[in-house]
Design a protein around this ligand. Structure first.
Ligand SMILES: [Zn+2]
Ligand SMILES: [Zn+2]
Length: 595
């Protein structure tokens, strides 16, 4: 399980971790000013922690009742006074024991708890005006440096992210260097709210969540159509590239997880079940099982590479407090594959995966960014293995002509990897795809192939996933497209709207034509005003509306409209059918019919 912000924060530093970069320093300083304002207005609160985070900051407070929007306004106003007062940020070093006594006297139990966990003789405190905080710094010189900020929201958050701990009240805010940056950020935030996949998921009837299965969506027909289209896409693409699809069990004896090392390192994230006095685990990954398929037959150098795709349904025991729509779930389906190859085939295999990734994301109008992570300090495998694998990844990236970032030392302990982020239309980055070389699993599972000289050798294993998980990817796509999916993914691709009852018969004929052409089409011949029916189709983001009346029936046409409101005028139904078929068949990211 990924660490919560708090855990990471506390573990890293025992206090505050701010890179000495302008924005995080500014944001972290703003969080101190916010804490100062809160202490002045609500003297009874206890302060917890207040780190800089991506795009902003927060601070957690122990307070009996939640902050109200009016509270936030008052706090922000008080912050502006503190900023104007030009308090200097001053650093003070103190023996740890003295700091414990100091914060005990001030009645700050969370600071005392943090201090007790710090393994250092001396700690630092930062003062500004009447406020003092346990903090490593750095900070801006004076509160005057904080010019552009805004408080955004508040919500409950457990101390250290653990539901057994007290519930704190967290206030989120943002701070920037210029007003322009702040305005852009607020726009993005507003836009992201409108595009929230949980909201759109309800409006478009894609999925629902029910308390009987926390963190697992119930797919509704519309959402499941998207899952099916994506699965079909995966299968078509992989079939054409020499992958074989397998399917492996979900419930597996813990012996396998012991052998793979998951039991030792990952057991707390696994769901387990007792069956006939033996312990089984729901698979959190497909890898160990794919090795069983590999070992099922004697492999020769001629059999390699083997590319096993496995759209496995995985379970991971995420804390209920961290579950977020489709972004953080307990059950998900990964578009997983494992490639087994000879060392001399590695570079070609990686190159092929990178080319696949590029073509794949183009389909969704998403831009990929590549990060190569190389050998960490603690690692398995020989230097020669690492040299070869890193060179293969470098060369594959170069051969594909890709620009990439280098993360030295950030590889997995079992091999180097390329992580791929995508950037959505709001400029947000999502890490979804990964290509990882693995020297460890082939050893653990004694995988072999018979080489040209008749000797057994170890194959290299490559893990790769491109959507990551279907669930999360659909969440990202929903927000990226604001629910207006490309036609091939749209649950309903076209809607036929007869102007009135008199045109119902022609409307039905047009509807049947499209249905025969395997377009997902609906006929809306309800006794409602045309304008109302058009608006409703637009709200449901149906790509095309075919409005038909007397003139259209005479001419064999339909008046074609897009969900954007564009009216394309009369288009022959024949042409609509063939162009729509082509748009869907080519998985076009944009609407092309009737142009
Ligand atoms: Zn600080
Ligand atoms: Zn794997």
């Amino acid at each position: 399980m990924a660490e919560s912000e708090e855990e990471r924060h506390l573990k890293l530093t025992g206090e505050f971790d701010c890179a000495p970069e302008p924005l995080p320093t500014l944001r972290h300083s703003t969080s101190h000013v916010m804490a100062q304002a809160v202490r002045q207005l609500f003297p009874e609160v206890k302060v917890a922690i207040g780190p800089a985070i991506e795009d902003g900051f927060y601070y957690d407070f122990l307070k009996a009742t939640p902050f109200t929007p009016e509270d936030l306004e008052r706090i922000e106003a008080r912050m502006r006074e503190i900023v104007k007062a030009d308090h200097k940020f001053t650093r003070e070093e103190m023996p740890r024991e003295a700091a414990i006594a100091f914060f005990e006297e001030r009645g700050e139990p969370f600071k005392v708890e943090i201090l007790r966990g710090i393994d250092a003789p001396t700690v630092s405190l930062y003062h500004q005006g009447d406020f003092v905080d346990l903090c490593r710094g750095p900070h801006v010189a004076s509160t005057r440096a904080i010019k552009v900020f805004k408080l955004l929201s508040s919500s409950g958050a457990y101390w250290r992210g653990d539901e057994k701990n007290p519930m704190l009240q967290r206030i989120y805010g943002t701070a920037w260097l210029t007003k322009d940056e702040l305005d852009k950020y607020l726009w993005r935030l507003e836009e992201a709210k409108k595009r929230d996949h949980r909201k759109l998921g309800r409006e478009l009837d894609l999925f629902l969540f029910n308390e009987v299965a926390p963190g697992v969506p119930f797919w509704l027909p519309n959402g499941w159509l998207i899952v099916r289209e994506l699965e079909r896409f995966v299968r078509e693409v992989l079939d054409a590239r020499g992958y074989d699809e397998i399917s492996t069990p979900i419930l597996v004896n813990k012996r396998l997880w012991e052998q793979s090392g998951h039991w030792e390192h990952y057991a707390e994230n696994m769901f387990t079940v007792e069956v006939e006095e033996e312990t089984f685990g729901l698979k959190p990954m497909n890898c160990p099982e794919s090795t069983i398929v590999y070992r099922h037959a004697l492999r020769s150098y001629r059999d390699l590479p083997l590319r096993y795709s496995d759209m496995g349904r995985l379970h991971r025991n995420e804390r209920s407090g961290t579950l977020t729509g489709l972004f953080r779930v307990r059950q998900f389906t990964q578009d997983d594959a494992h490639i087994y190859c000879r060392p001399d085939q590695l570079q070609d295999e990686i190159t092929a995966v990178l080319e696949l990734v590029r073509a794949w994301y183009k389909t969704f109008d998403l831009q990929p960014f590549y990060k190569l992570s190389t050998r960490p300090e603690k690692r398995l495998g020989t230097e020669e293995q690492w040299d070869r694998a890193e060179a293969a990844l470098h060369d594959a990236l170069r051969a594909t002509g890709l620009v990439y970032d280098l993360n030295p030392g950030e590889g997995a302990f079992y091999g180097p990897k390329i992580d791929i982020d995508i950037q959505d239309v709001l400029g947000r980055r999502w890490q979804i795809a990964t290509v990882q070389v693995d020297f460890a699993q082939p050893d653990r599972f004694s995988l072999e192939f018979i080489d040209t000289d008749g000797q057994p050798r170890r194959p290299i294993m490559v893990h790769r996933a491109i959507f990551g998980s279907f669930e999360r990817f659909i969440g990202i796509l929903t927000e990226h497209f604001a629910g207006a999916f490309p036609t091939w993914l749209a649950p309903v691709q076209a809607r036929v709207l007869p102007i009135s009852e008199k045109h119902a018969e022609y409307g039905r004929a047009v509807f049947e034509r499209l249905r025969e052409a395997r377009v997902r089409v609906e006929l809306d011949d309800r006794n409602e005003k045309l304008g109302y029916r058009i608006r409703e189709a637009q709200l449901h983001k149906v790509p095309y509306m075919l409005v038909v009346g007397e003139r259209e029936a005479q001419a064999g046409t339909a008046s074609l409209r897009r969900r954007t409101g564009e009216d394309l005028g009369a288009v022959p139904v024949d042409r609509i059918v063939s162009e729509l078929g082509a748009e869907i068949g080519s998985r076009s990211a944009t609407l092309t019919v009737g142009r």
